[in-house]
Design a protein around this ligand. Structure first.
Ligand code: ADP
Ligand code: MG
Length: 727
């Protein structure tokens, strides 16, 4: 019975690092080799077309069709020189992954042969069946058309023999069914609102970029062990498994030396990523055994997000070459840290200024404080929404456990920024001695110098200021970053627009610009205080305190999603032109449905494993014990009572655990049946959360007890000590 487990463990243990061919040339030479970037555009497009295309990318100018034909021709020529035969529109449906359908370049040539063709029409737009993707009921099957449309702001790239064209995905009636379209709209909204605010400080600013630098955490598991764990294979996490005696207690994995097999995987992954223009920079061991992290240099948000989606798919592919499977699930193992994806977010101008970085002059610092305080206001007023943007059935395991931010969104600022805000708040206009533009004396302590003293980190904060950016740490490792970025960008854009309105109002009343800015900023500092928390986010006192402050403390994912449909939230998304009520409602349907399905699948897998792996093995071991008791009695009738007492106890324990498991699995099936009859997706998700989900852990508890009792030789499933420590 246990042969499979021992074979896979032994095989995994013996594996050695795979040799990775390292390119002879330096990275700078092969970086972006498979990307249709500006260098390639310049080379493969006529200069007028190049000009128009880069104009469209930089300034959002509309592209006309004949340009598209020439661009398509240039792309095809470049791609074919690299052996490409197919192309695909690549988009981001409301699942965790991406979607693609490959078509060959070939067309009939009219003489019985074929020629390679790729027209502007095919580049710009394609039609597909929207009803087969999550659509929240927007698509009736009788009008199931969906369209993908080229996003010129993210460059096409090549994987294997296929040219990938990043696209948005929407319905026949124009509602978005993806992450990219609303992300682009939210970036446009931030650009507009932030540029307007920048003009208080520099009229030359033409554009504000949103930057994203994601840090991706993940686990690696040997593929043999993975294959022997149906729960990992089907749900991405272990639904059972007793803690191994050693896990992360010694803090000996974080930043430890990277194991050879893993280092080979990382190198291989990095080379592929760099060729795709993904600027990977950082790699290290994470806290949990077999947990790692990688991070690129930050980029413009839309591109950074495409790159993150690409990296997740490259990781899946490359890990197989090294005999690993990558786990992107937020909580693959109970009892050790889960995985997140920290989203480092900031704004910067086309004139090269990072708006979230303190400056050197009072004027620069006033600009910095404007953007900082508006971000705090946005996070404060939409803390529930931001939580809704990151919560999923899988990320819910992570939040609130003692390893990740709690299920309450708050902002960490650190001592120097907190002092700075207090200082501004407490000094009234007089003491700031604002004497006209030139003479403005904004008595702000030298922030850059102070920041160096204050590089304190707060791992417990879900939204931490880290010197020149905010780090949204609650994002899940498996998530599309766009979900969080759409909510954050829209909230900040809306807030900045409000700020501008208020400041302009004061200026119109005759106040000078600086005092108008300071007056509003001061009011905001007071107003958004409840979101500012530098203490320990893991503590129970914080939960109490947060409730008193009126922050969203809801922990049930299906209810957290309600934040998207609050009237003020819908109004905000509509004002910013990011999403309509119909789109928001449809997306929530998808969120509830996905939540239900995830728990449903976990419940089925656990039920099956309990009945056909765990109970049979436990019963077999119990039979061995029973035989032993009988035989003891026959050879040593006088002492048998005493000698077999331990075994009898185990026999009883096993019976108790197995009958509990059987009973609970039956109840879980019944609970699913009840929940499945509910037609309202929200109600169904709540039922799954309240009735089915808790049983998973209750059943698991007894299975994990059995794992400790049953003969190790008989246990079929690889154990935590094997999954987490073989590398
Ligand atoms: P840490 O683990 O210390 O938080 P990492 O080096 O792992 O930091 O990752 C930090 C991420 O933040 C990187 O992707 C980095 O490029 C990014 N980053 C740095 N500055 C900014 C910024 N101004 N805006 C957005 N992202 C940034
Ligand atoms: Mg890091």
């Amino acid at each position: 019975m246990s042969k499979l487990r021992f074979r896979v463990v032994e095989t995994a243990f013996k594996k050695r690092a795979v040799e990775v061919p390292i390119p002879a040339e330096p990275v700078s030479e092969y970086f972006g080799k498979y990307v249709f970037n500006r260098t390639k555009m310049f080379k493969y497009l006529p200069s007028k077309v190049y000009q128009k295309l880069t104009d469209a990318i930089d300034n959002g100018e509309a592209l006309d069709r004949d340009i598209a034909d020439t661009v398509a021709e240039g792309m095809k020529k470049w791609a074919m020189e690299l052996g490409v035969t197919h192309y695909t529109h690549w988009f981001q449906p409301l699942t965790e992954g991406t979607a693609e359908k490959h078509d060959a370049f070939i067309e009939h040539d009219g003489n019985g042969g074929v020629i390679e063709e790729f027209s502007g029409k095919l580049l710009v737009q394609q039609e597909s069946d929207a009803s087969s993707f999550p659509n929240g009921g927007i698509r009736n099957t009788f009008e199931a058309r969906g369209y993908s449309a080229w996003d010129p702001s993210s460059p096409a790239f090549i994987v294997d023999d296929t040219l990938y064209i990043p696209t948005i995905f929407f319905t026949y009636t124009g509602e978005s069914l993806d992450y990219k379209a609303p992300l682009l709209k939210s970036l446009r909204a931030v650009n507009k609102a932030a540029t307007d605010v920048c003009h208080y400080f520099d009229p030359e600013v033409k554009k504000v970029y949103t930057y994203l630098g994601w840090e991706q955490e993940y686990f690696l598991v040997d593929e043999g062990l993975y294959a022997a764990r149906p729960d990992l294979l089907m749900t991405g996490r272990t639904l059972m498994g007793h803690d191994s005696a050693k896990n992360q207690q010694l803090d000996d994995h974080y930043f430890g030396s990277i194991p050879d097999r893993v280092a080979a995987f990382m190198k291989d992954l990095e080379i592929e990523a760099l060729k795709l223009g993904i600027p990977l920079k950082t790699r290290h061991n994470e806290v949990a055994p077999n947990q790692f992290e990688l991070a690129p240099i930050y980029e413009e948000c839309n591109l950074a997000n495409d790159h993150n989606l690409q990296i997740m798919s490259i990781m899946r592919r490359v890990s197989r070459r090294h005999g690993f499977r990558v786990l992107l699930h937020e909580k693959p193992f109970k009892g050790v840290n889960g995985s997140g994806k920290h989203n480092n977010w900031s704004l910067g101008t086309d004139t090269g200024v990072l708006l979230m970085a303190p400056g050197k002059t009072p004027e620069e610092n006033l600009r910095f404080v404007s953007f900082l305080v508006n971000t705090l206001m946005a996070v404060y007023h939409h803390n529930g929404l931001l939580k809704a943007s990151i919560i999923t059935a899988s990320n819910a395991h992570r939040l609130g456990a003692n390893e990740a931010p709690p299920a309450i969104i708050s902002c960490f600022l650190g001592k120097s920024i907190s002092d700075l805000l207090n200082h501004i708040e407490q000094n009234d206009n007089d003491s700031l001695t604002i004497a006209g533009k030139q003479g403005m004396k904004l008595d702000i302590p030298s922030i850059p110098a102070l920041l160096i003293d204050n590089t304190d980190r707060n791992r417990t904060s879900p939204f931490a200021f880290t010197g020149n950016r905010f780090e949204f740490r609650a994002v899940g490792s498996e998530a599309n970053c766009a979900s969080a970025m759409i909510a954050l960008n829209t909230a900040v854009a809306d807030q900045l627009a409000q700020f501008k309105k208020e400041v302009d109002g004061l200026i119109a009343e005759g106040n000078d610009k600086t005092s108008a800015l300071l007056t509003v900023i001061r009011r905001y500092i007071k107003e958004c205080k409840p979101i500012h928390f530098d203490g320990n986010g893991y503590s129970d006192e914080w939960k109490e305190e947060a409730r008193r402050r009126g922050l969203d403390c809801e922990t049930k994912a299906p209810l957290i999603y309600d934040n998207y449909l609050k009237p003020e939230t819908i109004a905000m998304f509509e004002r910013a032109g990011v999403m309509t009520k119909v789109e928001l409602e449809a997306r929530n349907e998808v969120k509830w449905e996905t939540y239900t399905k995830k728990i449903q699948i976990e419940s089925r897998v656990l039920g099956d494993l309990a009945l056909n792996h765990i109970i049979p093995v436990a019963t077999e071991y119990q039979t061995c014990l029973i035989n032993n008791v009988y035989k003891l009695k026959s050879i040593m009738p006088d002492e048998a009572e005493e000698l077999s007492s331990r075994n009898k106890e185990l026999i009883r324990d096993i019976s108790q655990h197995t009958s509990y498991i059987k009973k609970r699995v039956d109840e879980m099936i019944a609970a699913r049946k009840v929940a499945n009859r509910i037609t309202d997706e929200r109600e169904k998700a709540i039922a799954y959360h309240d009735t089915v989900f808790p049983m998973l852990d209750e059943i698991r508890y007894h299975i994990d007890k059995l794992e400790l009792i049953v003969d190790n030789e008989m246990w079929t499933l690889p154990k935590y000590r094997e999954l987490l420590f073989i590398r």
